[in-house]
Design a protein around this ligand. Structure first.
Ligand code: DX5
Ligand code: ZN
Length: 221
């Protein structure tokens, strides 16, 4: 069964405790935490203080996605802020193998994210060391963007690599995920769906999470 990781980037920061508690009660599996530095991506989101608040109230693991340059500087900081998993960007890590080892030594699940322009084959020599690959289905930096269709091909490629070298790999997709594409993404091989605006812009976020968790029901209806 695939996992659902709602992104708190789209939550109401004035009511973050309330929104996290809603996620605790929902069928969400992980809580996705999008950190942006205004350098790697053209937007600044939040850092340690907000991650710590999420951790304080969350009953589910924090899945931290670092959209920052030189993430090695902050791996321990996010571990201490409560990260269960840390995902860094391929494009931001000149010594990716070392970065992955450090994340693992910290006791976190190690992930690598690929921007839309980065081919999945770039992971060939590191895939066996990873625990998660995050396929960006929008250009990182903002919530609420349009899903890039080529993502399905990349997920299938990641799935193939995983079958060859790392069968337990999480294949996560992030950006523009909603009830219209969830079933197709899972069918292509994604086993973690991140969703921000689809969840938090809804009047009934828990039921959106449930429908993303059970997309076969969407197909039937
Ligand atoms: C994009 C972020 C995403 C984003 C997803 O830069 O990494 O996690 O919050 O948001 P939606 O689901 O609104 O595209
Ligand atoms: Zn993300």
């Amino acid at each position: 069964m695939h996992l659902i990781a709602p992104s708190i980037l789209a939550a109401d920061f004035g009511n973050l405790q309330r929104d996290i508690e809603m996620l605790n009660q929902s069928e969400a599996d992980w809580i996705h935490v999008d950190v942006m530095d205004g350098l790697f991506v053209p937007n600044i989101s939040f850092g340690f203080p907000v991650a710590k608040v999420a951790y304080k109230y969350a009953k589910k693991p924090l899945d931290v996605h670092l959209m920052i340059v030189d993430p090695d500087r902050y791996l321990k900081g996010f571990k201490d802020a409560g990260a269960a998993g840390i995902t860094v960007h391929f494009e931001a890590c000149p010594n990716l193998h070392r970065t992955i080892q450090v994340i693992k030594e910290l006791g976190c699940r190690a992930g690598v994210a690929l921007n839309p322009h980065t081919p999945v084959t770039m992971l060939q020599d590191i895939i066996a060391d990873l625990e998660l690959v995050l396929i960006m289905s929008v250009n990182p930096g903002f919530g609420g963007q349009h899903f890039i269709e080529h993502t399905y091909t990349k997920i299938k490629e990641a799935k193939k690599l995983s079958e060859q070298h790392n069968p337990g790999l999480y294949i996560e997709v992030d950006g523009g995920v909603d009830q219209s594409n969830a079933a197709k993404l899972v069918k292509a091989g994604a086993n973690v769906l991140v969703a921000g605006s689809a969840v938090f812009s809804s009047g009934d976020p828990a039921s959106v999470i449930s429908s993303l968790k059970h997309p076969e029901k969407l197909l039937q209806s």
